[in-house]
Each structure stands twice: as C-alpha cells, then as structure tokens.
Ligand binder design. Structure first.
Ligand code: CA
Length: 653
C-alpha cells in the first residue's frame, strides 16, 4: 500500500471534532436477519457508493445478487431485504471518495466462510447448544488462578488421548475422561486441569485470525495474534471451517462444557492491531481506524505494522461492542488485552463500566499487557493504558506484573541474566514489593491495589520458566533433563509467585517444566515444539504436584487473596535471616482460615538458614519438597531451618 500526501489530510479530518460530531453513530451495525427480512448496515462516511453482493457459500462461488446500499445520515449505508437471508454469505464493494473501489467483508460480521474472506448472515440462535440459555459460569472462589492455553497445542499431542478428529480443536478442549495415550490411568486435557486446581482458562486467540490456512494441513500452527474478523471464532479449531455456523456452535459447546466442569473462560483479545493494515476496517473507511504518523504513514507501536486508533469515537465503539458481544453471545468470563498499552485508559474504563453494568461489579475479569512494543502515535490528550496509566484505570482493570516476573527468574530478553532464585540477587524492598502485589510503584508498576496485579512467572511470550532456569543454571542447556538443582529453583520460584498478592497466572505446562528447547518466541514454530507434551506432564509429575499443593493452599490464605487497597497493611514484619534469604510475617485474618498469621521464608542461597519463630502456635504448611504439609500440619516452635534454594511457608493457629 503506498502512502500519499492525502493521508495527512485524512488524519486531520478524522481527528477533528466536527467529523466526530457529524458521523458518530450509535445504532446497530452488521447484518441482522429474521422473519421480517434482513438488514445490512455499514458505517463508511467518506464512501461514495456501497454495493452488497450475496453468495450461496463462503468460498468460491459467484455472486447471485447485487444490491446498492442507500446512504443514510451519520455516514451509514443500508440495504433492507424483505427475505430472511439466514445462511447466505456476503461482502461489499466500497467506492471511496477518490473513486477507488475495494472489495471488503463486513467488519461487524458475526459469522463468516472459509478463512473469513466472506461474511455470513446467520440467525445466531441456531448455533446455541441445548441448555445454552441456562449456561452460567461456576461461582467465583477465593482466588483467581488463570491458566493460559492455546486451543491447538493443548490437545495436539497424540498422547493427549483426545479423539483423533478432535485433537487441536475446540471440541478437544472440552472432552472429558481422556488419559495418557488412552491408558485409563493418568488424566489428560480437561480432567488434568480440574485436578490441578486452576480456576480460569485463558484461551489464546480464538477470534478469526489470518496466519493459519483454514483449509490447510492440521500441522499448520500459529499463536493467532493477527485478527481478521474480530467478532467471529477462528475456523481452524472447528471440525468444519467452511460452514460458518459450525465454529460458532463448537466454541459455545466448549465454553458450556468448561463452565459445567467448574472453570471460567477468559478470551485473549487483540484490539491493538490487525493482521494487515489492509483490513476490512481499512477497506471500509480508509485510515479512520488506524493511527498515523505526522507524515501520514501508519503508526507502528505494535511492531506489526499498524495500530488501531482506539481513542477515535467509532473505533472505541467498535472495540467496546466487540467485548460486550463476546461476553453476551459466548458467555466469556473475562478478557486479556494484548498490548493494552496501545489502548487508551478512557476506553478501558468504559469497557469496565459497561461490563459491570451488565454483569455485576468485577464479575468479568479484565487485564492486559501494560506496555506496547514501541511508541505509538496516540492522539494528544489520550492516555495509554500502560503501567503508568494504572493509577487512572478502574481498580478492576489489571495488568501483568513484569516486576515480580523478572525479579524472580531474571531478565526477560537477556538469556543469561538470572533472578532471585537462579543465582541473582533481590533487595528486601523489592521482595516486599512483590509480596504485596506491586502496589508501591517500583519499576514503574503503579497498581492501586492487588486487584490490578496479575502475578506470574511465565506466559506464551519469551522463554518458558523451565527454559529460562536452564539457560541461567545449566551451561550445557539440557532442557529435557529434570536436574535436581533446577527443580529446586523452579519450586522456589513457584512458591514465591503463589505467595504474592494479586491474581495468579501461569502458562500451561509451567507446572511440569514445559520446554520449547530454548526458543524464545515460538509464535509460528512447528506445533510439535509448541504442543503440550502429555508424557512430560506425567513423567515430571513431582513438580506438578508441588504446584497443585500451592494452589490449594493459596485458596485458604485470605492474607494473600486480599485484593483491596489495604492488603499492603497485612505485611507486618520483614527481615533477612541471612544472605539471599528473606522472611515475611503477614496478617492472615478474615475468612475461614485455620491460620491467623503467616510466615513466608524465601531462601535463594545455597545454604540452609535458621529462622526464629516469634511466639507459639506455628505449623509448617509447605517446605522445599512438599506443598501439602498443611493437610497434616506439624507444630513447630523456637526456630526452624529452611533448606538451600527453598521456600518455607508457616501458619500460626
Ligand atoms: Ca482464520
């Protein structure tokens, strides 16, 4: 696409208040069908003409009808058909002010054909599985433990025991009763997750994305951070991507099954850029939905070649509508915003308020990456929803806390630079900051309360936790060896993460030393490398058991689950029992907990440390090797020893 001087004119026009005033539109958009007929509505204020084309299928057949749309006020174009066109596919020819005509699908499409190239008119009620109207998420527990999953890599491994035709699909994610290579003994997939004790599944992109050919081989793989149709599920996870209703029904069935199993579902959303600048949004109203540099070229804060102009009225509306649509139509329980630092704080607060109004305060989780890849040309006056923006965001808009992540395991891009558990150092003040959910403003992370903090060690981005530990601790980089010293560091890292305030988050497989063989960015690497290795999940079960015990313990500790702005006051005492070792006393009152006070000891040194216990009534809840001691707690008094590279968690009854 060539950049012309006319683009700076467009930028001025779209940024002007008069344009906003004249063309802002709040009415329905997209295609709506019923017994009374079908209405097609498109917002394209500078277009000269718009023509609707209808098709019998979503693939290659030629058009069967051709209808010009009528221009209405506020930049809206409309065509009304007396027929119910349920099941028909369509696209538009939009002629812009310069006379150029472009084919485009509908940016507001709720259904589409193969690879999302054509939109589809669909009566969505037809896609509801039986019992969908009664579908409700499970009740929220004392803590949110979010587990990040990619639909394809979760069940692609034949050892997953998932039915062959469902492996790598939505339906595979929902299959119950699966075991390791069908051995009937070791649960895999959904059953494995329920046993682990996580509360929320965060699905990596399930909106329609462009980097995988939906008609291609089953081995095609991508994370999917390249949106094509924002309001349609991805087709490559459906058993039949060519019929638009199938992907919708199968995603709903999956969400219903997850809800019935006791899990909430969070959707990863990418409203910061599109697969290409030449998107349906761009073809409909060139440049309006995209930020531009002063010379008219596209802003590139996403490092993907284009940034959505979220601060513009109709772009913000588009994103808000999309979030509400997924929450209402698909019963999504939360949203994880990719590169949230490219969205503006005002929009994020409007999304929060709209979800609260419909579903109850804080009921839907909202959080995101509080950064961007680069600086973006956000309109003057708008404020990025990044780390510094947390102070003006609603206290229930959260952010991934890179401070604790890097403090524990080391630098995110420098492979050899360790963190606290793997040979580096951490000050007592830094560790206090992590324990209290990063509400002190260190490293620019300005959470108002732990309600805004996502505490984590690894996500799909960057090295897995295990790979980072190997890169820093084993000079020969044996990623598949369960090295005892590295396992100790992993357990210590997990114990720290799960005893810090904030919502908890982990990448699927972190609990069994998931490896990508040292590859830092696997977004388009083969599925064989990205896939969840179900044999490893069981052969490394000891580490997984440690995670499982920590999660179960965490849910019983109100002092750590507290999300209020006063949670920081629960930390009553901190000291160093020795070099590379820190101890914390926390008030654990409230709730039903057996323990009214907690002691956390993190020993990252290679030596045992002695810790004197203040007062009486202490029990050991977890140590270096076991995180389930709390099930049969042993009383201790006087002093306790903490093993090298290990955590010790104690409770006072
Ligand atoms: Ca797709």
């Amino acid at each position: 696409m060539t950049i012309t001087s006319g683009q700076t004119v467009k930028k001025r026009l779209y940024d002007s208040k008069s344009f906003e005033k004249k063309y802002h539109y709040d009415g329905p958009l997209g295609a709506r069908c019923g017994d009374g007929g079908t209405v097609f509505t498109l917002w394209a204020p500078t277009a000269r003409a718009v023509v609707l084309r209808l098709y019998r299928d979503g693939g290659q057949d030629t058009e069967t009808a051709h209808h010009p749309l009528a221009a209405l006020p506020r930049g809206v174009w409309e065509y009304r058909s007396p027929q119910n066109l349920d099941g028909w596919y369509y696209d538009y020819l939009v002629t812009d002010a310069e006379g150029t005509t472009r084919r485009t699908a509908d940016p507001y499409a709720r259904a589409c054909g193969l690879n999302g190239a054509r939109s589809m008119v669909l009566d969505l009620a037809r896609t509801d599985p039986a019992g969908w109207a009664e579908d409700r998420p499970p009740a929220r527990g004392p803590e949110d433990i979010i587990y990040e999953v990619h639909v394809k890599d979760f069940t692609w491994d034949p050892a997953s025991g998932v039915r062959d035709e469902w492996r790598g699909k939505y339906k595979g994610l929902a299959q119950r009763g699966t075991t390791l290579a069908g051995d009937g003994v070791h649960p895999t997939g959904l059953d494995y997750l329920l046993d682990l004790g996580v509360t929320h599944l965060q699905l990596m992109p399930v909106f329609d994305y462009g980097s995988v050919d939906e008609a291609g081989p089953d081995t095609a793989f991508n994370w999917g951070y390249d949106p094509v149709n924002y309001n349609v599920p991805e087709g490559s996870y459906a058993t039949d991507p060519a019929h638009g209703e199938v992907r919708i029904r199968e995603l709903k069935e999956t969400i219903q099954a997850l809800h019935r199993s006791g899990l909430r579902v969070i959707m990863d959303v990418v409203y910061n850029h599109t697969y290409k600048l030449d998107s349906w949004l761009w073809r409909t109203e060139p440049w309006y939905f995209y930020r531009q540099m002063p010379d008219g070229s596209p802003s590139d804060g996403s490092a993907c070649g284009n940034d959505l102009a979220t601060e513009r009225g109709m772009c913000g509306r588009y994103i808000l509508d999309s979030v509400l649509y997924w929450a209402e139509e698909y019963h999504m329980d939360g949203f994880r915003f990719d590169l949230m630092g490219l969205l503006d704080t005002d929009l994020m607060n409007r999304i929060r308020a709209a979800l609260d109004a419909r579903f109850g305060r804080g009921e839907k989780l909202i959080y995101g990456e509080p950064w961007s890849a680069r600086r973006s040309a956000m309109r003057r006056g708008a404020r990025p929803a990044d780390k510094r923006g947390l102070v003006v965001l609603d206290s229930n808009v959260g952010a991934f806390c890179d401070m604790t992540r890097d403090l524990v395991k080391g630098h995110i891009t420098r492979a050899a630079q360790p963190g606290f558990v793997n040979g580096g150092t951490a000050t007592l003040a830094e560790l206090c900051e992590s324990v209290t959910g990063c509400t002190g403003g260190r490293h620019g992370f300005h959470a108002q309360a732990p309600s805004q903090t996502i505490t984590y060690l690894s996500s799909h981005d960057d090295w897995t936790l295990w790979d980072k530990l190997i890169l820093t601790m084993d000079p020969t980089h044996r990623f598949d060896e369960p090295l005892p010293q590295v396992l100790r560091a992993n357990r210590l890292a997990a114990a720290i993460c799960m005893t810090c305030q904030g919502h908890l988050f982990l990448l699927s497989g972190e609990e069994f030393g998931r490896t990508k063989q040292g590859l830092r960015d696997s977004f388009n690497a083969p599925v064989q490398l990205n896939r969840i290795d179900w044999r490893r999940a069981w052969s490394w079960r000891g580490l997984g058991e440690y995670y499982r015990g920590l999660m179960a313990l965490r849910k019983q500790l109100p002092g750590l689950c507290d999300k209020s702005s006063r949670a920081v006051e629960r930390l009553t005492q901190v000291w160093r029992p020795g070099r590379q070792c820190a101890a914390f006393l926390l008030d654990n009152s409230g709730g039903e907990s057996r323990w009214r006070e907690l002691m956390l000891v993190y020993n990252a040194s290679g030596h045992p440390r002695n810790v004197v216990l203040p007062g009486a009534g202490w029990e050991i809840l977890a140590d270096a090797d076991s995180s389930t001691l709390w099930q049969h707690p042993a009383a201790v008094q006087g002093a306790v020893q903490v093993e090298p590279t290990a955590a010790l968690i104690l409770g006072r009854i």
